[in-house]
Write a protein that binds this ligand. Structure first.
Ligand SMILES: O=C(O)CCC(=O)C(=O)O
Length: 421
């Protein structure tokens, strides 16, 4: 081992960024954990997953066996004196030092988020190795898309567990890296996927939130342990302030908002159901990998989340509707076409997608994984049919020709041949 590496190892082993007060907080968090009230499986067969978790929308964990063969579990860990938790091997991240990564400063709250910047990963690693940047949290780093854009395979980091491969947001083992063409002719990894890597020192955290699109998520601790506070949709009363806004940090609340509290050990994977709010604090220096994803059992929930987002958008620009009617008159559907376009374009910016994106995703992903790792086809088609039936009652069905064409294709692929209008 070189002197530099020995120094780094010594430094990480004595992560001196932590004050006595912070160590007390870590100890308090680590010891105040109730008995686990959700199941942990060594081996979860896909046959059991839809009924036990996806349809019921209930959380679970996979034991460290799920990640024991991942390359990152070998490369990114340095064993520590306490054998249950490793130290991060930051040198093993150096091959990715040129990636520009989002960095949250978790010591600096800015409205309902943290102050965020983007930097080359190498600069953040330098800071940590110098004992600085103890509040910096690299979040939402598209490591997998970057690896694929550089012509390599994500197998150099991980392999998606079989039971989680029916993922309609991230085709597993993406055959064609999704590239964004830059103006200078070079290409960069697209940020259109939902496969993220997180890394940060002890006590960096992610405030209370719900995942994009109402998706499920899974999150694997490659290095370190995390505490999770999970809130089913019907248990949110205690985490709202007097204005009905969600609190930022549930640790500020008495009883921590009555959450389901989980200590996720190194190597474990946690599954967070659709629409469940959650907060996460890193107890150790953590490296984690997560996916936001959905599949057919949760299509109705994803549909409802988008519908609700649209209602919010429509309310926020109701004056624009009046202006369009004033300009074009309320006869016929000319005004309404313009209004629908306006709303869909704002919805895309606000919620990250709109109805066109929703239906394109459904169309692209039938079927996304081998059939034994998906729900039975008749059930999948029933969920798809259910959302199509509901969509046909909407004005967008009538007014947006491009969406109708996508849905007609989906109907054909699942054998619905009824009169389409
Ligand atoms: O690990 C974290 O800090 C946050 C992860 C998270 O919120 C998620 O996977 O949805």
């Amino acid at each position: 081992m070189s002197f530099a590496n020995a120094f780094r190892l010594f430094y990480m082993a004595n992560w001196t960024g932590i004050s006595a007060k912070q160590q007390d907080e870590i100890d308090r968090l680590a010891t105040n954990i109730p008995t686990r009230e959700i199941p942990t499986y060594d081996d979860l067969s896909y046959d059991d997953l839809p009924n036990d978790h996806l349809i019921l929308n209930k959380p679970f964990l996979l034991s460290p066996l799920a990640t024991s063969k991942w390359s990152s579990s070998a490369k990114f860990r340095i064993s520590s004196a306490d054998e249950t938790v490793s130290l991060p091997n930051l040198s093993a991240l150096r091959p990715y030092a040129h990636h520009i990564v989002p960095v949250a400063n978790t010591l600096q709250q800015q409205f309902s988020e943290f102050e965020r910047t983007e930097k080359p990963l190498g600069e953040v690693l330098d800071l940590w190795e110098e004992g600085k940047g103890k509040g910096l949290y690299v979040k939402d780093w598209h490591l997998m898309a970057e690896i694929e854009s550089e012509g390599s395979s994500v197998n150099e980091v991980y392999e998606v567990p079989d039971c989680l491969r029916d993922d309609w947001l991230n085709p597993p083992y993406t055959p064609n890296p999704r590239l964004t063409q830059l103006e200078n002719g070079r290409s960069s990894a697209s940020t259109s996927d939902f496969r993220f890597t997180y890394l940060g020192p002890p006590l960096t955290y992610t405030p209370l939130h719900r995942d994009v699109y109402g998706s499920y998520s899974w999150s694997a601790n490659v290095v370190g342990r995390k505490v999770w506070w999970l809130f089913p949709p019907d248990r949110l009363d205690q985490v709202k302030d007097q204005h009905g806004e969600l609190v930022f940090d549930v640790r500020d609340l008495e009883d921590e908002g009555g959450a389901i509290k989980i200590l996720q050990q190194e190597g474990e994977i946690i599954f967070v159901p659709s629409g469940w709010h959650h907060q996460v604090v890193n107890l150790d220096f953590c490296i984690s990998i997560n996916h936001n994803f959905f599949s057919s059992p949760t299509l109705p929930r994803i549909y409802d989340t988008l519908r609700t987002s649209q209602e919010r958008v429509e309310e926020s620009i109701s004056d624009v509707k009046d202006m369009i009617i004033q300009r074009l008159g309320s006869e016929g559907d000319v005004w309404e076409k313009e209004w629908v376009e306006e709303v869909q374009s704002l919805l895309e910016r606000d919620a990250g997608w709109n109805w066109k994106g929703f239906w394109q995703t459904v169309a692209k992903n039938t079927p996304p994984a081998p059939s034994h790792l998906c729900p039975p086809v008749h059930l999948r088609d029933e969920w798809i049919r259910h959302v199509i039936e509901r969509f046909k009652l909407r004005r967008e069905w009538v007014l947006q020709d491009d969406i109708r064409i996508i849905i007609e294709d989906i109907q054909q692929s699942i054998g619905i041949c009824d009169d389409l209008r």
